[in-house]
Design a protein around this ligand. Structure first.
Ligand code: FPP
Ligand code: MG
Length: 407
């Protein structure tokens, strides 16, 4: 993997990673919150200790970047060390999540067709990544606070998170008009735009009822923020910026709002429900933000390498929609002719094929993976600040799953 530390865009991205702020947060949580529980030593711990004993954040960053560039896909202290499967670990918590969501969507209306459309994507075939991470964080935080189990309210947040996600996907399908989602005809193909749009609103409305039932103002504010972020993120995607630097910042903010905010704020919400202090809530938020950003970066990368049969959608779908994601933005540094194509949103005949080719010839895909890995390492370190438990280790394994997923 090429080291991309010299890239201007990557430097900008590093700045946006708020590296220093997070290192302080990790230190605060591990000194003020972790009591006398034993810690398992592994390579990342050593790396952090080495880093913390060094004089400057820049040195630390360079060393981590160097170490990362020599690695292939395994993150330090990852799944290969622990052999934990978070989905298995949470089997009991997760097994009825989709059924419970279907039940609440059916219960809140007597309109048969609305029931059918609203439950169409809750067929149990999704990855359930959001509920899984929310429950994992909830249980890790509960354990950290020396409590066992999962609160009913925390499980509700896991369901709400998946429902908001689904509502946003339904609206997204009205905008993007795809033919398939998760290997089956997308909702917009099966029903009319009007019905599909209202169904998205209905799911969001039922999720809002569930939020209100939690009777926690801070949780309500936190989860409501997600919806404004989602709309703004989607809105930002409709526009573009003139200069390369502006474009990358625009892309990262859009990515946070469209993808990472939901994960970050859901994890913050489950942490607040555990009566945790602000530092712990911030740790959970930052873990989710990093995982969310990495997830979207990998998604944007997969758009260039996977096929209809693996991803459930055709290759280069983003380019075809006129979207310039991280691989293209990175490729622009080497092939400035991409700038004009980005500005016209790949609308001229041959633009999509040419841009696709240039991205593959450039280091854009490596650089995107590099940035995703950086966010996963950051998330991994944040998880390490929590008391050691299977759930805390599961949070680290999630970093691996996100980085190495194939679909
Ligand atoms: C998928 O994007 C879409 C999102 C992650 C969010 C879309 C948000 C809205 C449409 C705003 C409205 C939100 C609500 C809650 C009503 P994608 O097209 O990149 O991914 P895909 O390939 O899965 O379609
Ligand atoms: Mg879409």
């Amino acid at each position: 993997m090429a080291c991309v530390g010299s890239s201007r865009l990557c430097a900008r991205a590093e700045k946006l990673c708020q590296f220093k702020h997070l290192a302080q947060l990790r230190r605060k949580v591990s000194t003020t919150c972790v009591k006398s529980r034993p810690r398992i030593e592994h390579p990342t711990n050593t790396l952090i200790q080495q880093c913390q004993s060094r004089t400057s954040t820049r040195d630390c960053r360079t060393n981590i970047a160097r170490m990362m560039s020599s690695m292939q896909t395994q993150l330090p202290g990852s799944v290969h060390d622990y052999q934990i499967d978070p989905y298995r670990l949470l089997d009991d918590d997760l097994k009825d999540v989709y059924e419970d969501i279907r039940e609440v969507l059916v219960r809140n209306t007597t309109q048969k067709e609305l029931q059918t459309i609203a439950t169409y994507y809750f067929d149990g075939k999704g990855k359930a990544l959001r509920p899984m991470v929310a429950i994992l964080m909830a249980r890790a935080i509960n354990y950290h606070k020396e409590r066992n189990g999962l609160l009913a309210s925390q499980r509700q947040v896991a369901m709400i998170s998946e429902m908001i996600h689904n509502a946003s996907l339904i609206h997204d399908d009205v905008i993007d008009q795809p033919d398939f989602r998760r290997g089956k005809p997308s909702i917009n193909v099966v029903w009319s735009q009007k019905k599909v749009t209202m169904t998205g609103d209905y799911i969001l409305a039922v999720a809002s009822i569930m939020i209100a039932q939690l009777r926690n103002d801070n949780v309500t504010l936190t989860l409501s923020q997600v919806v404004t972020d989602l709309v703004q993120g989607e809105f930002m995607q409709l526009g573009s910026k003139e200069t390369e630097n502006e474009r990358f910042a625009h892309y990262l903010t859009k990515t946070y709002r469209k993808t990472a905010s939901l994960v970050a704020n859901s994890l913050k919400a489950v942490t607040m429900l555990a009566d945790a202090d602000e530092q712990l809530a911030e740790l959970a938020f930052q873990y989710g933000r990093n995982i969310g950003l990495a997830f979207q970066l990998v998604d944007d990368l997969l758009d260039f390498v996977s096929t209809l049969s693996t991803m459930g959608k055709p290759t280069a779908a983003d380019l075809k929609l006129g979207l310039a994601t991280a691989p293209v933005l990175f490729a622009c540094e080497r092939y400035p002719e991409l700038n004009a194509m980005i500005m016209r949103r790949f609308q001229e005949p041959g633009d999509v094929e040419k841009a696709f080719d240039l991205v593959h010839k450039s280091q854009g895909l490596d650089q995107t993976k590099f940035l995703a890995r950086k966010h996963c390492i950051e998330a991994m370190k944040l998880a390490q600040s929590l008391a050691e438990s299977p759930y805390q280790k599961g949070l680290q394994v999630v970093c691996d799953l996100v980085l190495n997923r194939m679909k």
